[in-house]
Design a protein around this ligand. Structure first.
Ligand code: TMP
Length: 395
């Protein structure tokens, strides 16, 4: 990213998913300065100093896509659509995580690619062909040596984690059939700016894509988007249906509509991002004010759902264990550890909220509906959630 105009400085941040063990608490944590910029040539928005993939995606990676019903259902519905509409002979998923998507298909039909070997083991054990590799040309050629060309490639919340987009699409070009379909799903930059979800930026989210940004890189590699769908997933995502340019297929009107919406919001102008940056600063002040007010009343606050996103919020707003007593989370690999940077203890979610808790900071705000449904009793008894989007408030 040469022409990167920095518009947002989110301060010193630890690695977002680096949950600390007790023995690590006294050790100095690796931190980096998180800044976000916009490339005026491509309209791509990215963080300024990506760490190496190996430093982020290794054999201790804690994220599991199967931790939420919302994700499981979304993958199930898409799988149905893929089977009915595309009828693919072979499907490849880039970033198959613990198999929430590929498990909807027979073992002969799908291939997973997952570089985090602790997670790759899960699908391999179930009998799914999974390559424990980063997505690059080497992996693409390796797959082609063992299989025919692929007619459907899917990737959710993964492409935005890879710095070298040229290599991503060159590699896809190697394995995808000429009449094949590529489906990509990632958080939407437009929704991020509209909802002030600055926590979409952290070391793993190298990019937050807009359609116009993605199109600039796709064009370079002879791909084009022919249909776009808005999803509620992860606070607002886009699902892009992409084909090779030479494959004649009608471009759906959704593409033009999305493009126009993004341009009229100003996603092609640096000034739009500068205004966003001002809103982020305001959001930080408001959130701190809410926390301070509750703490002053000597009330306890806990956190619900430790997310990579919440690492950005807590470290940017300097909300630590003096404000949040502990977090609860359903992910085993996060439990009995401490939040990166802020060192707040993380406990296992025991299926209910302790009686003395009246305030919960919703780290997993992207699963708000699912969590509110689960915590009906807490809400009924007057329990409140603190949320930062679209602006900090108690609900
Ligand atoms: P994510 O936003 O990065 O997907 O992480 C969501 C985290 O929230 C994950 O660690 C699982 C956790 N979680 C709960 O603890 N309870 C829930 O009901 C849901 C939906 C998620």
């Amino acid at each position: 990213m040469k022409k990167n105009n920095i518009f947002l400085d989110l301060g010193l941040q630890p690695l977002a998913n680096n949950y600390l063990k007790k023995k690590d608490l006294e050790k100095k944590e690796k931190k980096y300065r998180l800044k976000v910029g916009m490339d005026a040539n491509t309209n791509l928005v990215s963080i300024n100093k990506p760490l190496s993939s190996k430093a982020m995606f290794n054999n201790t990676y804690p994220y599991r896509s199967s931790m939420s019903k919302t994700m499981i259902n979304s993958f199930k519905n898409l799988s149905k659509l893929i089977s009915n509409k595309f009828k693919p002979k072979k499907i490849l998923e880039i970033g198959s995580n613990d198999g929430s998507f590929i498990k909807n298909f027979s073992k002969q039909k799908v291939i997973g690619v997952e570089p985090c070997s602790n997670i790759e083991k899960i699908t391999k054990k179930l009998g799914y062909k999974t390559y424990a590799n980063y997505w690059n040309k080497k992996t693409a050629w390796k797959i082609l040596r063992n299989h025919n060309k692929i007619d459907l490639i899917y990737s959710a919340n993964t492409i935005s984690h890879i710095e070298n987009l040229d290599e991503v699409f060159e590699s896809i070009n190697i394995v995808l059939e000429d009449k094949g379909t590529l489906i990509i799903e990632d958080p939407s930059l437009l929704e991020c700016l509209k909802k002030n979800t600055y926590d979409q930026f952290y070391n793993e989210h190298i990019y937050v894509f807009s359609l116009i940004g993605l199109e600039s890189i796709l064009k370079k590699h002879n791909f084009e988007v022919y249909h776009v769908q808005k999803l509620d997933i992860h606070g607002g995502s886009n699902r892009y249906f992409i084909k090779k340019k030479d494959y004649k297929k009608k471009i759906d009107t959704s593409v033009k509509i999305f493009r126009q919406k993004e341009i009229s919001f100003g996603l092609n102008k640096l000034s739009t991002y500068k205004s966003f940056s001002k809103r982020v600063l305001k959001s930080k002040k408001q959130l701190k004010k809410i926390f301070n007010k509750i703490i002053l009343k000597k009330k306890k606050i806990i956190g619900y759902g430790v997310t990579a996103k919440s690492t950005t919020i807590l470290n940017y707003c300097k909300i630590g264990k003096d404000m949040i007593s502990y977090f609860v989370d359903t992910t085993k690999d996060k439990q009995n550890k401490f939040t990166p940077g802020t060192k707040i203890p993380i406990y296992k979610y025991r299926g209910f909220i302790e009686n003395d808790i009246r305030y919960i900071f919703l780290g997993a705000w992207n699963f708000k509906d699912e969590i509110f449904k689960k915590e009906k009793k807490f809400i009924k008894e007057g329990g409140k959630f603190i949320i930062h989007t679209p602006y900090p408030k108690i609900i």
